[in-house]
Design a protein around this ligand. Structure first.
Ligand SMILES: *Cc1c(COP(=O)(O)O)cnc(C)c1O
Length: 433
């Protein structure tokens, strides 16, 4: 399949109808467990020597198609693992890299839930987090590195302002120090950017957003390149012999022996999915597969619609500021050309010029844009991130992100762009009448 282009793979990869009674659409394998056959086969299955499914928490044929399709959509990827949510993908990936006493090097330009998990989860597990305050200054990554830094974690296109980190330069620093580079590519999607073409080692997604694209499912995915050497010493959890991984002669084995081609996702499956259990259900995997079939078409139209909406807002007297990587004089112009030649997705954020009451009226007055906490939906969405999606951020974190109380974020959908602009005009008129 890998000889085919992205748009062919997104509707076909990972699925062969002749393996599934010739069903054209991917069947939903709604089953908890699988017949083990004879007990010799069971021995092989439980010793990781045969990889057919045993139990749906660990793997499922419908979920498996999704995993293979996502891998195929990332040239340079070795394997993927689907999980029950984007948060599960982020936390499992970071827990997997950090190990006992490890540290994660990251920035404040992250999804609000991720930022808050550092305090609510990682601190409790003894994993430290160091924040690069100005990620546009690459030297700060070098300065903040410690002997315990196991991973660098970045969002490739940030929410709400679309800032862009210089992946290749940051990857170079991480790799020199022996740390793995994990990126959250949710806002960008693999259609706009493949992080494995820019030296990332692990990519995580909230498939809840543009990947599935219809606001009808919660799902997450971790993808890995298979190129990073987890046996080099900084990640001893990958080379520690373990009883539960023993072979048929009761010899303990380690993760790198069992999953040599894809140790990162292999370990997430054997450890985090197995024991923490955020498994994606087969029906939810099916919904993501259906959404993926139109990923390029949706994102292309959203990029176009977002440009038209942005052009309208840039000229509007009630807009105090508009920060966007495609805007005139954006500090991210060169990085955008390098990493995002096809566009920067559907988010447009601006400052509302008016009183708090006028802003509240504006938010309540759109009829097409729905007021809700999601992005990447087929429908256009509007929200005030400082008071909602990013409410966990401390004052200092808001300052680092540049997130002020007047911020309004739009996630532009697939409606007629003239209706979207009319809708915003109408809401401004209501707010200022
Ligand atoms: C939404 C989101 C998440 C969390 O995903 P869920 O599917 O809601 O758990 C993580 N990262 C980013 C960038 C997101 O937008």
């Amino acid at each position: 399949m890998s000889k085919y282009a992205f748009d062919t793979l997104k509707v076909r990869a990972g699925y062969n109808p002749s393996d599934h009674r010739n069903a054209v659409s991917v069947p939903i394998y709604q089953t908890t467990a699988y017949e083990l056959g004879d007990s010799y086969r069971a021995d092989r299955l439980f010793a990781f020597e045969e990889d057919d499914p045993i139990y749906t928490r660990l793997s499922n044929p419908t979920v498996d198609v999704l995993e293979q399709r996502i891998t195929a959509l990332h040239p340079g990827a070795a394997a993927s693992i689907a999980l029950a949510s984007g948060m599960a993908a982020v936390t499992y990936a970071l827990l997997n890299a950090a190990g006992k006493g490890g540290r994660i090097l990251t920035t404040a330009r992250l999804y609000g839930g991720t930022v808050d998990s550092f305090e609510q989860i990682f601190d409790e597990y003894g994993i430290g987090v160091d924040i690069v305050e100005n990620p546009d200054d690459i030297s700060e990554f070098e300065l903040k590195f410690t002997d315990d830094t196991k991973a660098v974690f970045l969002e490739t296109l940030t929410n709400p302002f679309g800032t862009i980190p210089d992946l290749e330069r940051i990857a170079y620093i991480a790799h020199q120090k022996g740390a793995t580079l994990i990126v959250d590519n949710t806002v960008a999607t693999p259609y706009l950017m493949n992080p494995f073409s820019h030296e990332a080692d692990v990519v995580v997604y909230s498939a809840t957003k543009a990947l599935s694209g219809h606001g009808n499912v919660i799902a997450g995915i971790v993808v890995e390149s298979g190129r990073f050497d987890y046996g080099a010493g900084r990640h001893p959890q990958f080379t520690k012999p373990l009883w539960f991984l023993r072979d048929s002669e009761n010899r303990k084995r380690h993760i790198l022996e069992i999953f040599p081609d894809a140790p990162f996702t292999g370990r997430i499956r054997a450890v985090h999915l197995n024991y923490l259990g955020a498994a994606l259900g087969p029906f939810d995997a099916y919904l993501v597969l259906i959404g993926l079939e139109t990923l390029s078409e949706r994102v292309d139209k959203q990029v176009k619609n977002a440009r038209l909406v942005r052009a309208f807002l840039e000229k509007n007297e009630h807009v105090a500021w508009l920060r966007h990587p495609e805007g005139d004089g954006s500090a991210y112009g060169a990085l955008r050309e390098k990493y995002f030649p096809k566009g920067v997705g559907s988010l447009v954020s601006f400052g509302f010029k008016g009183t708090e009451e006028q802003r509240r009226t504006f938010l309540a007055s759109t009829e097409v844009f729905s007021y809700q906490a999601n992005i990447g939906d087929a429908r256009s969405l509007i929200i005030n991130p400082a008071q909602t999606t990013h409410v966990e951020l401390t004052e200092r974190q808001c300052e680092l992100v540049g997130l002020s109380p007047d911020t309004v974020r739009l996630s532009v959908g697939l409606e007629d762009p003239n209706d979207l602009i009319k809708d915003l005009k109408g809401a401004f008129a209501k707010a200022f009448e």
